[in-house]
Structure formats: C-alpha cells, structure tokens
Design a protein around this ligand. Structure first.
Ligand code: DQA
Length: 145
C-alpha cells in the first residue's frame, strides 16, 4: 500500500467551519498534515468536489487512468451523496481498488435519512463517528495495522 487517494464530497471543503458541534474544528488541511506525519511511508492524494459527476470522474480516473497515477486504494467520504447516489456507488463498484467509506459523524445516530448508505455494500469497510480520526483509521485498515 504505497499510494492512497482521499476523496471528499460536498460541503467537506468547509470542515472546521461547518457545524463544528457535529464535524469538529479541525480543517481538512490540518487532517492531511497529521496524516502525512503519521504515515510518512504513504503518498496521500486528496480530491474534494461538491459535484456528483466530478466525484465519479475522479473515481474512474483512479481506477482506469494512467497507470503511474492510479492509487492502491481510495478513502471516500461522499458527504450527503452517501445517502442518495446510486451513481457514486456504481463507480465505486466499477473500480478494481478497495474503497473505504468514512464519515466523521455518527451517521447511525443522527437523522433517519442518514442511516442508509448506498456505499457500504460496495466498500471494503465503513468507519464512522471518530471525528477526524476516521481518515487515519481508514489508512490503518487499508495497510492492515
Ligand atoms: C458526513 C455525514 C453525511 O451524512 C453528511 O451529509 C456529510 C458529512 C460525515 O462525514 O459525517 O456531509 O459524511
């Protein structure tokens, strides 16, 4: 496991500012800096989009783009699309690499509409409710620590 791509979906560009009582005060830049220190042996790429089709394009590129730029695994926080997007689930299923689903918040214990994820069935693992630590936990899961 040398290269991992993290994909964040809609509104996650606002991490640290958006509803901090739910998502915390840590920004994604801070999370990425911490991950770099914790896993110096892994190249971590990051992509964020508020647009469903862009997330699908990035997943397809990860799976079928030029060989040298293909990650070994993907960590996906699809935000609200988690609960709505058959198309993102299809893209996850379509690529050969393992994908770990993450959510900072405890989606099982919030509004009922957050309890269903289209992604869980096509991901190798789902990690929730640990705040920013979900990303680190996802990497540990992928490298088998
Ligand atoms: C989220 C949970 C989703 O329900 C929500 O729409 C988000 C963030 C999380 O990380 O807890 O945007 O994926």
């Amino acid at each position: 496991m040398k290269r991992i791509l993290i994909i964040n979906g809609p509104n996650l560009n606002l991490l640290g500012r958006r509803q901090p009582e739910i998502y915390g005060h840590t920004t994604m830049d801070e999370i990425l800096a911490d991950l770099g220190r914790e896993f110096p042996q892994i190249e971590i790429d990051y992509y964020q989009s508020n647009h469903e089709g862009c997330i699908i394009d990035r997943l397809q590129e990860a799976g079928y783009g030029p060989e040298p730029s293909r990650p070994d695994a993907v960590i996906l926080n699809a935000g609200g699309y988690t609960h709505t997007s058959v198309a993102i689930a299809d893209a996850v299923a379509a690529i050969p690499q393992p994908v770990v689903e993450v959510h900072l918040s405890d989606v099982a214990n919030r509004e009922p509409f957050r309890r269903h994820s289209y992604l869980t069935a096509v991901c190798v693992a789902t990690i929730t409710a640990l705040g920013p630590a979900v990303y680190s936990q996802a990497i540990k899961t992928l490298i088998g620590v």
